[in-house]
Design a binder for this molecule. Structure first.
Ligand code: HEM
Length: 382
């Protein structure tokens, strides 16, 4: 399953539209129901507190996780967060992205070999989020291990060891303290932290605690996801050399290619919901307090929706994948993430003549937040 969930997904889709997954939990593997349930306002992302107590145990961490979708639970925070991701801010970040990728590629091109994860897929999205939030460049190196630690814990909460929980709590405290202090100092720029502090909705403002927890949510949401898009996308290109050649010949296809990378191997494979009232799914009643696992990764490979879904086709259009979710909880950072993907693959392919695996890529052994721990490559500069 960790190695390759695709055959398992096919079996699940064949088995039914909604499948039992232990007490009070249901799995939804087909496109039609996943798409409909993502948009269904009778479902919430706030899972029963007991769910977090069972899976995480620790009060402080489970408290943060259960409030993690603060953005939507609190209507004010939702408006402020959504409004703060303004197109102008995204355009400003987009303008510097190609340069950031080029800077990271300098040592890679000089040495001719790289671990794509360590050298690009990880530092690039992190730099973008720090820029987005307004974290000063000199303070980023200190922050990043804490952000990485917390994100790692999030990425598969059902499998946290006691040690992981302890490390995640420590990281959460560090980030809260750091960001509270940064907010007090002020970043002095046009960034998300400043916008959240300055914005009001319905005559009300967010408290510093709400701003800080929203900022931490952005780390969680926008770091390993983009890392997954970049590393999964690179591996898909290398394993489908005809598509890599096609993209080298037609660089204007990068935008479409990034969509296909997102569909083919969704960085977020599953998202959970809980009904606010009894709902019917394919003739079955699902009651409040139950947890639904919406298998985005499986929906993206559903042959009822996509022709030849297991083929990686960079020209696929239309491509209505569900990798950014849909409906009220859809990804706020999708424009930013798409721009990141385009910047990386544009610059990487333009500055190299040849890219090949130096050794087998190493998959991160996690089910959700699908990514690699390392993708060792040889590159020949253009
Ligand atoms: C390829 C990269 C990315 C993917 C695949 C992705 C995917 C997603 C998905 C599937 C959701 C909704 C989860 C659900 O339905 O439960 C989500 C939410 C979110 N994403 Fe992204 N994301 C990506 C990058 C980013 C980036 C770069 C940012 C910001 C810097 C970001 C910010 C957010 C936020 C703030 C939410 C929460 C919205 C809310 O509930 O209020 N994402 N993302």
């Amino acid at each position: 399953m960790l190695d390759d969930p695709v055959p398992v997904y096919a079996r699940l889709r064949d088995a039914g539209a909604v499948l039992p997954n232990g007490p009070g939990q249901w799995v939804v593997p087909r496109y039609r129901e996943v798409a409909a349930l993502l948009k269904d306002r009778r479902l919430t992302k706030t899972l029963p507190e007991a769910y977090y107590r069972y899976t995480v145990g620790d009060a402080e961490l489970s408290g943060f996780l259960s409030g993690q979708n603060l953005g939507r639970r609190n209507a004010l925070a939702a408006k402020v967060l959504a409004g703060s991701f303004s197109p102008a801010l995204v355009r400003r970040l987009d303008a510097t992205m190609r340069q950031q990728v080029d800077d990271l590629l300098v040592p890679v091109l000089a040495s001719g070999s790289t671990d794509l994860v360590a050298d690009l897929a990880l530092p690039f999205p992190l730099a973008v989020i720090c820029e987005l939030l307004g974290v000063p460049p000199a303070e980023r190196a200190e922050l990043w291990p804490h952000a990485a630690q917390l994100v790692r814990a999030f990425s598969d909460i059902a499998f946290l060891s006691d040690q992981d929980v302890g490390a995640a709590v420590a990281a959460l405290r560090w980030l809260r303290t750091y960001l509270t202090d940064l907010l007090r100092r002020g970043t002095g720029g046009d960034d998300l932290l400043t916008r959240m502090a300055a914005s009001e909705a319905d005559g009300e403002r967010l408290t510093p605690q709400e701003i800080v927890d929203n900022a931490i949510t952005v780390f969680y949401a926008g770091f390993e996801t983009s890392m997954g898009m970049i590393s999964n996308g690179m591996v898909a290109l290398l394993r489908n050399p005809d598509q890599l050649t096609r993209l080298r010949q037609r660089p204007e296809m990068t935008t479409l290619a990034v969509e296909e990378m997102l569909r083919y191997e969704a960085p977020i494979q599953v998202t959970m919901r809980s009904p606010l009232e009894p709902i019917q799914v394919h003739g079955r009643t699902i009651r409040p307090g139950r947890v639904l696992y919406l298998l985005v990764g499986s929906a993206n490979r559903d042959p009822e929706q996509f022709s030849a879904p297991d083929r990686f086709d960079i020209g696929r259009t239309p491509n209505p994948h569900l990798s950014f979710g849909a409906g009220v909880y859809r990804c706020l950072g999708s424009a930013l993430a798409r721009a990141e993907g385009v910047a990386v693959f544009d610059r990487l392919l333009a500055s190299t003549r040849d890219i090949e695996f130096a050794s087998e890529p190493v998959r991160r052994p996690r089910f959700n937040f699908r990514t690699y721990d390392s993708v060792p490559l040889h590159v020949r500069p253009a």
